[in-house]
Design a protein around this ligand. Sequence first.
Ligand code: 5GP
Length: 147
Amino acid sequence: MSDMSDDQNSHPESGSGEPSVFSRIVAREIPADIVFENDRVIAFRDIEPKAPVHLLVVPKTERWRDVVELAAGDPDLLAEIVATASALAGDPDVFRSDDGADLTQRADGAGGEFRLVFNTGASAGQTVFHVHAHVLGGLLQEGTLAH
Ligand code: 5GP
């Protein structure tokens, strides 16, 4: 196994030197439907939802390109992302649309159940190289991964 030091596995920038789209959401330069924020993470609705509820949970730092780097570099922050996803999946308010309509047809929101996806690498579908978790919930089909 190769050396997993920070120097080899961290990328302070997104590649272009420009702030990532998610850093621009954190800075309020791009609007987003933010459902949670603290000093380390932010969560907002994906602009192109792939499920009745589709959130992105994102560390405010863009130091880590993907979940592999994050797990090696700051496992506590990865754990906080998972805990945030779980808390939001248990929050019935997250499972209501702006007009108050229920997105899950369940009284208890997602009941704390959710699918957590970290696309890792372009060939796996990653398009934003600022690590983020997709939190998918609400009437997902059993036995499927991508729908
Ligand atoms: P990836 O493909 O890198 O795993 O996921 C990137 C996600 O970010 C996509 O699901 C995409 O729809 C979402 N996204 C990209 N730009 C924006 C934006 O400006 N606002 C929001 N809310 N989501 C975005």
